[in-house]
Design a protein around this ligand. Structure first.
Ligand SMILES: Nc1ncnc2c1ncn2[C@@H]1O[C@H](COP(=O)(O)OP(=O)(O)O)[C@@H](O)[C@H]1O
Ligand SMILES: [Mg+2]
Length: 347
């Protein structure tokens, strides 16, 4: 039986750009799919198609068993809250906004207040709870948006890079709330640029690049393919790179990267601190001077190197702007499929 989020052969082009190039998805009920990919990979476009805000050129999709193209209104009711993100009312206080969302979704007054209180606390908005949302800073506003999305738990939820721009404390708070929702049976599609986040929250991960799913599996399977932790060495002199590379290759678990400009070598390893000590000794024995060395967990870039042999590249030529098309997250409740495209600038 197809899962709570199901898509087959989704294609969406914007002029020359194939934002979605034949995407298939199947997310079993009550699980989290982490959609992992760099800027411009097509994540937001996928979320917008699945949340009925954008019509695909080709393909089919069902959310909570309902055809996205045939019955968008019914889909919107099952994903309930994705439409709440843009629904924060500037002239209401943070608390009033959250209570209002609860009431809209048929919570009793006391229950809505209790949930609002809890979320304000969790997202560190307690002190600002009784100020109108229009006085909030960007970060506070963002946290209020997230809290509004989490007041009730619809059967299916979409979160598009929910932690981008959150500080570590609020990121943790969001992760905790997400885990509770999922424990309560919600199916979630979460997009992220952070392997760590997908690893932490998702049962399954799909890696997208240029509108295509280039890998999928559990986080363990993906990590096995990407080779787990990394050893990273910066050598003092460029002419030591070759010797250092030989030392690292001898212990590496897979393909690594050597960057002559930064004099940095990165290789997947297993063996932790003990191996690190051995590598330091070996490099020392061979007269390689080290500027920096350490172990770190794999990142999205490592996944890309392991899967494609090259680093992830942003599709938009590096203006450093994250999430250039807005945070999507299922978008505004009032938008109709198609109309939403005009909100976003074409570069
Ligand atoms: N409304 C649009 N008009 C033109 N191009 C778009 C539009 N939305 C997305 N794109 C392009 O489609 C590709 C995928 O974008 P997007 O889905 O936003 O990626 P992600 O969310 O993974 O960063 C990018 O190359 C982006 O520039
Ligand atoms: Mg995006």
């Amino acid at each position: 039986m197809p899962g709570a989020i199901y898509a087959e052969g989704l294609v969406k082009t914007f002029g020359e750009v194939r934002a979605l190039d034949g995407v298939d998805l199947d997310v079993p009920e009550g699980t989290v799919l982490g959609m992992l990919g760099p800027n411009g990979a097509g994540k937001t476009t996928a979320v917008r198609v699945l949340t009925t805000l954008l019509r695909p050129d080709r393909g089919t999709a069902r959310v909570a068993g309902i055809d996205v193209l045939a019955h968008p209104d019914a889909v919107r009711r099952s994903i309930g809250l994705s439409g709440q993100f843009a629904a924060v009312d500037e002239y209401l206080t943070g608390r009033e906004n959250l209570v209002m969302v609860g009431r809209l979704y048929q919570m009793g007054g006391r229950e809505a207040k209790r949930r609002a209180e809890e979320l304000l606390e969790r997202f560190n908005l307690g002190d600002a709870a009784d100020r109108t949302a229009k006085t909030y800073s960007g970060g506070m506003r963002r946290r209020l948006d997230l809290a509004a999305a989490l007041v009730v738990s619809p059967p299916v939820m979409f979160m598009d890079e929910p932690t981008t721009g959150l500080d570590p404390r609020n990121r943790q708070a969001l992760w905790d709330v997400i885990q509770e929702l999922v424990a309560g049976g919600t199916t979630l599609l979460l997009t992220t640029q952070y392997l760590e986040e997908a690893d932490r929250l998702a049962h399954d991960i799909c890696v997208v690049d240029h509108g295509k799913v280039i890998a999928r599996g559990t986080s363990d399977q993906l990590k096995a393919r990407t080779g787990g932790e990394r050893i990273e060495v910066v050598v003092h002199a460029a002419d030591h790179l070759t010797v250092a590379e030989g030392v690292l290759r001898a212990v590496a678990k897979g393909e690594g990267a050597v960057d002559p400009h930064t004099r940095k070598l990165t290789f997947p390893v297993a063996g932790g601190a003990k191996l690190l000590a051995e590598v330091i000794r070996e490099l020392d024995t061979r007269g390689v001077e080290i500027d920096d060395i350490g172990l770190r967990r794999p990142t999205l870039d490592d996944v890309f190197i392991a899967l494609t042999g090259h680093a992830a590249e942003a599709a938009e030529n590096g203006d450093g702007k994250e999430n250039g098309h807005g945070n999507g997250k299922g978008g505004a409740s009032g938008d109709r499929a198609g109309a939403a495209t005009t909100k976003e600038g074409v570069r």
